[in-house]
Structure formats: C-alpha cells, structure tokens
Design a binder for this molecule. Structure first.
Ligand SMILES: Cc1cc2nc3c(=O)[nH]c(=O)nc-3n(C[C@H](O)[C@H](O)[C@H](O)COP(=O)(O)OP(=O)(O)OC[C@H]3O[C@@H](n4cnc5c(N)ncnc54)[C@H](O)[C@@H]3O)c2cc1C
Length: 411
C-alpha cells in the first residue's frame, strides 16, 4: 500500500488526506499544533463560509493567473458542496455564500476529523516537520521526535497568516530547501494603515463606501461595501478585497492611495444636484446641521474641517466653489496608504510557492517527484467570500488523488 505523509492538518491537508486514503493509500497527517484545523474555527466569524456559488477566474489571484481557475475547474463549487454533504455538512446559502447549516465552524472541523477517522487516516499532532529528505525510494521526514519514511509527501502547511493557528511559514522553508521559489509572501485580506492623523477622530465609524486603490496613480482595484474607519486607517470587506494589491505595491516601494466614495450610488453631477436641492429646502441650516441624518456626525465634522468652511456658516450662503469642495471630499476622499496590518491580523497571504513549478493536474512539484502541494502555501489568494477554503479544498482533492496515483478515481 502506498504511504503518503501530509504536512499540515488544515482544510487543504485534511482534504488531501481524505482523498488519498479514499483512493487506497495509507495516510498520515503531521500537524505541529496540539490539534488539527485550528484556523477553520475562526473562519467566517466562527461560522465558516466555505464556498460561494458565484465563481469566476477573477475571484482568485496569483502571479500565474490561469493556475487557480484551472484548479477550480477540476473540482468546482458544486463538487465542494457535495463533498461537504457527504461528510455530513448540510449547507445553507446566504446570497450564494455557503455555510454549514449548524452555523458553526467547529462542525466543519468535526466532520473533517470524523471522515479522517472513518478512512483510517493517522493524525500525529504536536509533530512539526523539520525537513523533507528525498531519496531514491521516497522521502524521509525529519520531525522533532523521529524520522518517518514515506512514498509521497503532500505539503499543505499553509501560509504566514494568523500564525497563532499554526501557519508559521515553515512550509515555505521546507519547499525552498527542495529547490522551489517563492512569490513574495505578504499579508492579504487585511486592514490598511493610513498616513493622515485625523483617523482617531473618526475611529469606530462604519459607512457604506466604494474603495478605489491607486498604485502610482493608476487604478489597481476597487470594491464597494461597509468600510470601517479605525484609529490607524481603514478596514472592512471592501478594504480587505483590495488590500493584496496595496501589500504588493508597498513591498515594491510604490506609492499607494485609496480614494473613498461615501456616496457611491450617485454620479458626481447627480450628487451635486442632490446637495443643492437639500440646501434649497433648508437654506437657514448651518453646515453642521445640514449633514444631520445624512452622514455620521464624526464624518461630517471631518469633511467640514477638511473643507476649511466654518461649521456655523448657513448652507444658503455657500458658493458654488465651496459646494464642489464639499462634494469632492464626500465622493473622492483621498487617503495615503502607508502599510498593511501584519500577518497576525491578515486572513490570508498573497504570494507563496510559485505555481509555475507545480503540475496543475496533480499538484506535483515539477522538481521533486512524489512531492505535492495544496492550499494556501501556493501562490493563490482568493477574495473574501469562501474562495480561500474553496481553493484549499479543490487543490487538496487534486493533491490527494495525485499523490495516491488515482486521478480519475471518485474516492
Ligand atoms: C480569521 C480568518 C477568517 C477566515 N475566514 C474565511 C472564510 O470565511 N472563508 C474562506 O474561504 N477562508 C477564510 N479564511 C482563510 C482560510 O481559512 C484559509 O485560506 C484556509 O484555511 C487555508 O487552509 P490551509 O489548509 O492551506 O492552511 P492552514 O489552515 O493554515 O493549515 C496549515 C496547517 O499546517 C500546519 N503546519 C505548518 N507548518 C507545519 C510543519 N512544519 N509541520 C507540521 N505542521 C505544520 C499548521 O499548524 C496548520 O494547522 C479565513 C482566515 C482567517 C485567519
């Protein structure tokens, strides 16, 4: 029976283990933490958003852009939902975002552990792989406790994001020692730190806005949704969605700015007309009174300060120029991005093992026969919405079957 060792007991590693064991291999997972699947527990705010019905190539990012989609086409969203159901996870959809019906991420982990047990997958916790040593017949795996012999290795050690869950980046070192190259590993799906000092005055405000990210004055990415203003900068889903481009540009020492549109449903001309009509119906209101009921007070105060118009001015007395200035601040608010938050706060990393060095059908290394990769260790990052677990599952399936030599098997 073929022996396969899986390094890393996250979604990718456990999926790979399940598919390899289901294809008849003898599988052992090496997990450095005291239990498998720690990261799963914090996903989707404790509910685990594991996939999404909306799937296009743009939902996945990589330096080798065709790679993630080629993987996802081999194990698509419907197969992911069916696989989860087979493990007992009946799912619920919120506008196409899929969660376990229990709304508990812990139930996803439980289902994975039960499936591993059913298939006889051996799980060694508190076992860190220190080195992968290929030889003519397979591999020796050096751990703190012993040296294990195996025929094939699936490296699913995750990235550097949220290292408290176990992904400490040691998988990259293991791969590099075997000749693999890394696309720079940087925090992604993460908050952005901004230069301006006013953020403390608006900290805690949540507001619907469009975030446009510019790198050296060229639009790199944009997204709309609820933005959270913090005492150091900007957060929230739309910020997460554009953050990997900021991380990469800052790493390359480029200039990064975000432009926030706090009235994204209005075209600029429409918004000016809207403001003028509102002024016409209440010209006696002061500028601070004028925004009541329209925007959060802290935001309105910020714009008034930035516009350098006195807050006690009657709106009826504002000049066309002053009105344009205010509208510009509301719809085109520029902020300079200085840094991303750290790996500790990031949900995923962009960068990782260069996927040009991996066979897209089997996830096998092009350098080392019998070495396979799965999950976030690869240079693939999905947008928010279940795409990262989707990729961890799909690549895990291919790696598990590939390592067992059973591509085409149905498990
Ligand atoms: C707060 C948060 C919320 C998230 N929410 C979602 C969500 O709702 N939907 C979604 O799709 N994605 C979400 N993600 C991202 C998603 O969780 C990950 O992309 C995915 O779990 C990655 O799986 P993985 O198996 O590749 O890596 P990991 O889950 O990181 O697993 C890697 C494992 O390898 C182990 N390991 C590392 N090195 C070694 C070694 N040398 N020896 C032995 N073991 C080792 C680690 O301890 C770890 O258990 C979220 C992430 C975070 C942090």
């Amino acid at each position: 029976m073929k022996r396969i060792a899986v390094i890393g007991g996250g979604v990718a590693g456990m999926t790979a283990a399940i598919f390899a064991a289901g294809s008849g291999a003898e599988v052992t997972i090496l997990e450095q933490k005291d239990r498998v699947g720690k990261k799963i527990l914090s996903t989707g705010n404790g509910r685990c958003n594991f996939t999404n019905l909306y799937q296009t190539p743009d939902c996945y990012r990589s330096d080798n852009p065709e790679f993630p989609w080629s993987v996802m086409k081999q194990f698509d969203v419907h197969q992911i939902i069916a696989f989860f159901l087979e493990m007992g996870i009946y799912s619920k959809s919120r506008n196409g975002y899929f969660y376990p019906h229990s709304d508990q991420a812990s139930s996803v982990l439980d289902a994975y552990r039960m499936e591993c047990r059913r298939l006889g997958v051996k799980i060694l916790t508190d076992t860190k792989c220190l080195e992968i040593l290929p030889n003519a017949k397979g591999f020796y795996l050096k751990t703190e406790q012993e040296i294990l012999r195996t025929d094939a290795v699936i490296l699913a050690a995750g990235s550097k994001a949220a290292p408290v869950t176990g992904s400490d980046g040691s998988g990259y070192t293991l791969a590099k020692k075997l000749g693999h190259h890394l696309i720079p590993v940087l925090p992604a799906l993460v908050q952005l730190k901004c230069k301006e000092t006013f953020y403390k005055t608006v900290s805690g405000v949540r507001v619907q806005a469009k975030v446009s990210l510019y790198v050296n004055d060229r639009l790199a990415a944009e997204d709309t949704g609820e933005v959270q203003l913090t005492n150091y900068g900007i957060s929230g889903i739309p910020v997460f969605q554009v953050s990997r481009y900021a991380a990469r540009a800052l790493y390359e020492k480029k200039q990064v700015k975000a432009v926030l549109n706090f009235m994204p449903d209005f075209e600029p001309e429409e918004f000016l007309t809207f403001l003028k009509r509102r002024i016409e119906s209440r010209p006696e209101k002061t500028l601070s009174e004028f925004f009541v009921g329209l925007f959060h007070k802290k935001l309105a105060e910020l714009w008034i300060r930035e516009s350098r118009i006195k807050p006690e001015r009657k709106t009826g007395s504002l000049s066309e120029n002053e009105l344009h200035r205010l509208a510009g601040l509301i719809q085109c608010f520029e902020t300079e991005v200085e840094a991303t938050n750290t790996f500790e706060q990031a949900q995923v990393c962009c960068g990782g093992i260069d996927t040009r060095e991996v066979d897209v059908r089997t996830m096998e290394s092009i350098y080392v026969q019998g070495l396979y990769f799965a999950g976030e260790i690869l240079d693939v990052d999905g947008i928010c919405g279940g795409y990262n677990i989707s990729f961890a599952v799909a690549s895990g399936v291919l790696a598990g079957k590939g390592a067992a030599g059973c591509l085409g098997s149905t498990r």
